[in-house]
Write a protein that binds this ligand. Structure first.
Ligand SMILES: Cc1ncc(C[n+]2csc(CCOP(=O)(O)OP(=O)(O)O)c2C)c(N)n1
Ligand SMILES: [Mg+2]
Length: 553
């Protein structure tokens, strides 16, 4: 059967189990998607088209691949706008498939922007479909890239979507993706060191989530009786009510990072950035680096031992080795849990105190504490924004299941929380889905709020309304920070609940601490019937949260 490329791609996406595609028009594949019955979630700009698909891949840990389309080709406004979303997906290692129009043969080099070289900087692989009959080959390769190895975005450019090929010549079969198990000698060497260490610490990264290895992480941590910290992107990889959980950030995390003599890093690239810890005194510690990508070894810190392979297979092998050596008894290390509890209680004391604050304007921690009370933490989704909401929530929000919270931000692009909350609703329609934002994130979202109404996506946007851009560090308010670029029209001048209410959202504006819980309950309640909600909490400026450590600053 002769079919056109766009139809072939649509059918292959269906074979690969892709249930919907996010988009912003125009892309020449879209009409075929429509004809073939692949639903499209039309966002209101190209960056969000990428971000929703990206977030879907993250939230499902790559078990369901997010796919998006946007305009490409010559003078590709859509692609240029989508670039921000792709750059973020690339920095954060998200396996999203981006399909766009390619520059047609004979048209390359006739405009200023070089599509291919730009796309190569933000993708694991950039595929250009130069012949229609290569459609199955390139799709096969794309899904292999998306489902194997270190996760990252794949971009496919289609220069001629109406060109035809014989669908039966190279029939498409879905790609399962492949994993590798570590070298047993490396596992033995790692366990030698681990059992010798006095103060080992497990440093878990997002690879644990992509490998579906949370249970294995827990089993290993318990067997070796070792405290656990997670990266921001891995928040939730380890249950945060577990006696061995130290935190993502906060004084107790700094304490354990400093005191450790061995770091067992699993599923983390160990790349210190703006939103991650470095390893303090790394040269004095033994770093055992378990990673799927050998190119992260010896990247920033001297690696004592590397264990290369899938995080789940690695954790299972480590556990088996420890168990064999200790006749199943594990590592005897005293009352580690009691020490962790004491460190957490001390580190979190000042946050827990303000979670019960009755002050007005409302303390943001009061909102976070009440949010934890209202949500079923085993059946809900929360995400942060760039700014104080990230810094504060990653310090205190208790995440009990993988992806009960999405931490994001090797690169922390404002506005992503809305995309994440939408993707979470698509992935788990029965879960409450909450995006917590400041005014800057809200500004990025505004144009896309219509999508929630149109698609009946019952999510709640919680606005920590503090009248300005606190941003990084102790805030943009004091001297030495950014005193000239923080002030926007605040709650006294603009009533955002009226603005967003006029669109059709359920909205409330809350200034009394006692009203936080009832307002959240009402919002989550309307969400269950597919109506989105926006709650503006009039909050104080409270730039207090745990720090990132070990970055040599
Ligand atoms: C696209 C993008 N541009 C710039 C930044 C830098 N940035 C981080 S936080 C922030 C301001 C945040 O202010 P607000 O949303 O009010 O949150 P608050 O910190 O006050 O809680 C800015 C400009 C960013 N993260 N993303
Ligand atoms: Mg603000």
């Amino acid at each position: 059967m002769t079919i056109d490329v766009a139809t072939g791609i649509s059918r292959i996406l269906k074979q690969e189990g892709v249930g919907w595609v996010s988009t912003f028009p125009v892309c020449r594949v879209n009409n075929a998607l429509g004809r073939e019955g692949v639903p499209m979630l039309m966002m209101r700009d190209d960056r969000y088209a990428v971000a929703v698909a990206d977030a879907f891949s993250r939230i499902t840990a790559g078990s369901r691949i997010g796919v998006c389309t946007f305009q490409g080709g010559v003078n590709a406004a859509g692609m240029q706008y989508a670039y921000a979303g792709m750059a973020q997906a690339y920095e954060d290692g998200s396996p999203v498939l981006c399909i766009t129009d390619g520059v047609p043969a004979g048209s390359s080099g006739n405009s200023q922007y070089d599509v291919a070289s730009a796309m190569k900087t933000v993708s694991k692989w950039f595929g250009y479909l130069d012949k229609p009959e290569r459609t199955p080959e390139l799709m096969r390769r794309a899904f292999t890239m998306l489902r194997s190895g270190r996760p990252g975005p794949v971009i496919l450019a289609i220069p001629n979507a109406t060109a035809t090929y014989d669908e039966t010549a190279d029939p498409y079969r879905p790609v399962k993706g492949w994993k590798s198990a570590p070298d047993p000698a490396d596992v033995r060497a790692a366990v030698d060191q681990l059992l010798k260490a006095r103060n080992p610490l497990i440093y878990a990264g997002e690879g644990v989530i992509y490998a579906g290895a949370s249970e294995d992480l827990k089993a290993l941590a318990e067997l070796v009786n070792v405290p656990v910290i997670t990266t921001l992107k891995a928040k939730g990889a380890f249950p945060e009510n577990h006696p061995l959980f130290v935190g993502v950030r906060g004084d107790q995390v700094a304490h354990y990072l400093n005191k450790s003599d061995l770091i067992l890093a699993v599923g983390s690239s160990l790349s210190p950035g703006r939103f991650s810890h470095g390893i303090p005194d790394a040269a004095q510690k033994t770093i055992i680096h378990c990673n799927v990508d050998e190119l992260h070894i010896n990247k920033m810190y001297p690696t004592a031992h590397a264990v290369i392979g899938d995080a789940r297979l690695t954790l299972q092998a480590l556990r088996q080795e420890v168990s064999d050596r200790t006749s199943g008894a594990g590592r005897n290390a005293g009352d580690v849990a009691a020490e962790v509890k004491a460190a957490r209680d001390q580190g979190l004391a000042r946050y827990r105190q303000v979670m019960n604050s009755d002050e007005t304007p409302i303390n943001p921690y009061r909102v976070y504490g009440d949010l934890m009370e209202v949500l079923d933490l085993k059946n809900s989704f929360v995400t942060h924004e760039s700014g104080n909401t990230r810094d504060q929530l990653s310090t205190v929000f208790d995440t009990l299941i993988p992806r009960g919270f999405l931490g994001w931000g090797n690169v922390s692009t404002l506005g992503f929380s809305l995309a994440a909350a939408i993707a979470a609703k698509k992935a788990f329609p029965d879960r409450a889905s909450v995006a917590v934002t400041g005014e800057a994130g809200l500004g990025y979202m505004l144009g896309n709020l219509e999508v929630l109404l149109r698609e009946k996506l019952g999510i709640t946007v919680v606005h920590i309304s503090n009248g300005g851009f606190a941003g990084y560090g102790p805030g943009f308010w004091g001297p030495g920070h950014d005193p000239f670029t923080h002030r926007v029209l605040g709650p006294d001048e603009v009533d955002m609940s009226k603005v967003i209410g006029a669109l059709g959202f359920h909205t409330e504006r809350v200034s009394e601490p006692a009203e936080v819980i009832p307002a959240l309950r009402r919002a989550l309640d309307v969400n269950t019937s597919g109506r989105p909600a926006y709650i503006e909490f009039i909050c104080c400026q409270y730039p207090v949260y745990g720090q990132w450590v070990g970055r040599g600053e």
